[in-house]
Design a protein around this ligand. Sequence first.
Ligand code: GLU
Length: 475
Amino acid sequence: MIRTRFAPSPTGYLHIGGARTALYSWLYTRRHGGRFVLRIEDTDRERSTPEAVNAILEGMVWLGLDYDEGPFYQTERYERYREHLQRLLEEGQAYRCYCTRERLDRVRAEQQARKEKPRYDGRCRDLSAPPSDEVSDEPVVRFRTPLEGHVVVDDAIRGKVQFHNSELDDLIIARGDGTPTYNFTVVVDDLEMGVTDVIRGDDHLNNTPRQIHLYAALGVEPPRFAHVPMILGEDGKRLSKRHGAVSVLQYREEGYLPEALLNYLVRLGWSHGDQEVFTIDELVQLFDIDDVNHSASTFNPSKLLWLNQQHIMHAEPAHIARHLAPFLSARDVDPTEGPALEAVVRAQQERAKTLVEMAEASLFFYRRPAAYDEKAAKKNLTSESAGILEHCAHRFSGLPSWTGEEIHAVVTGAAETFDVKMGKVAQPLRVAVTGSTVSPPIDVTLELLGRDETVARVEAAAAWAQRPESQSPAE
Ligand code: GLU
């Protein structure tokens, strides 16, 4: 059975590169009916924070990338690493290195002076007892890397990549204080967690030959590897904060739907014909890791925005309503007091690129506009339109029932009565109820708002339009 893992280091927010790696592992696992493990690589005590762990967990939940096992924390697994370390030492596959920092620095400087690639010179590799001079009292543990031959990474995305063993140092697998290092913990974890497929960023490709040697030393077959190419900003540099939002949770705050972000991320490096919009179910059916492109891709915020709009347009209103509600609450609106949120979503679905936009444009359904937009009021709430508004308010009050059709009939009737175009009725009404000139069609808007609220707002606007100041705003 396929088992994959996502293994972030909690040293910052969950960024979109990490999210894409997680998504690829998740999709691959779901496609093949395997299990997806979450492992928090928190051994860097100085840089790991509980806030970052929470941001990762929250990001995963928001994205809907559910894991079947974990989260496992590396800091809770030191005993496991110690056991394997001990075994490698006993078998002579690893050795204690007593070299002091000063000695290593000196060796390095000499190598550089000779224009050689700096590497550990192997002084402690074959010692039977600690050396007599330049001895560190906190020896590290090094892995005995084969000196000759080569190792091939058969990567699902990159194809075969060959590394010469002569280029690999005797890697430090435990520091002087006994704590294990990244390459070692990752191998122990992946083997103990039964990971069959390691899908990760290609910044780790150079670690892979070392890890393959460690698997061999521990007597197990390595997993399959897939190194996902990096994401670049529009200037061709590795994507970073300089390029704008890179944190997953920031996209949530900016009103993106998780499925839109996932859709965007999957397409950075993977395609299916010329299809752009995918549901998560479709992706689970279609995605395969072997189809991931091996070249880097460029992050394009306007395409992400476009995809968000597509997903907003086509999603179930109830689903959007669930994601929209927090944006209204954050603006002190209780969406249970007023028109049903799902109905508001239905009216707004075609008109918003983000949930923030949708929330802003929907506030008027739940509370009276604090003020009329100046330009809109100047043009539409005039002494001339006051009469039209009064007429409409009166007719609205007398309607036998409050339906879009009847509202529409009042609006067209008023246009006829006053011998004006429809817009001369609809626009003042719109400004009256929303404060601005943008809203869904006027009949839909007013039906949702309800009769009492509509009449009250239209009457208030008619009165406002007739204020003496409104005729001469300069006074
Ligand atoms: N913890 C590593 C990182 O955040 C990932 C290690 C791996 O996937 O092997 O970059």
